[in-house]
Design a binder for this molecule. Structure first.
Ligand code: OFO
Length: 168
């Protein structure tokens, strides 16, 4: 059984994961309209992962006797300065989500909810991977400077991070 406090904070996370998915769709769409097919594909794939994260929270809350509630989702930005700005924003967003997951874990620890702590470990691992993946891309962009975006766009699909091992 989920405590009310955990149910509330996990429900908030549903909204954050949904926003993440929409944000990455907006980023993919921007990249696509700028002619960056590789970058667009990278963000489309990322958006799908975020959608799955949202689903995981919905199903976990319901399974643990809570009620998952879908919130309204804020409109994401649709215009991005350039490719480096795009990935800098993505990294900031991932850091924000990591903090948010840490907060949920903090509540699960306070509540002595060991099943939730165990389940949340998957997200802790996933966030670490996602931050590292975006950071690796930013490192490459720093090496390239503002040039060679054609090659970067072609190579980006090989920079995808392995996801956390599957969990229900
Ligand atoms: Fe939901 O995985 Fe990052 O944000």
């Amino acid at each position: 059984m989920l405590s009310k406090k955990l149910e509330t904070i996990m429900n908030e996370q549903i909204g954050k994961e949904a926003f993440s998915s929409n944000l990455y769709l907006a980023m993919a769409s921007w990249a696509e309209t700028q002619g960056y097919e590789g970058i667009a594909n990278w963000f489309y794939a990322q958006a799908e992962e975020e959608h799955l994260h949202m689903l995981k929270f919905i199903r976990f809350i319901n399974e643990k006797g809570g009620k998952a509630i879908l919130p309204a989702i804020e409109k994401p930005e649709s215009v991005f300065h350039d490719v480096k700005f795009l990935f800098t924003e993505a990294l900031k967003h991932e850091q924000f989500i990591s903090n948010s997951i840490n907060e949920i874990m903090h509540v699960a620890v306070e509540e002595k909810d060991f099943a939730s702590q165990n389940w949340l470990q998957w997200f802790i691992f996933e966030q670490r991977e996602e931050e590292a993946s975006v950071q690796r891309i930013l490192d490459k962009l720093n090496i390239l400077g503002a040039h060679n975006m054609y090659l970067f766009d072609r190579d980006i699909m090989s920079l995808r991070a392995p996801s956390a091992p599957a969990a229900e």
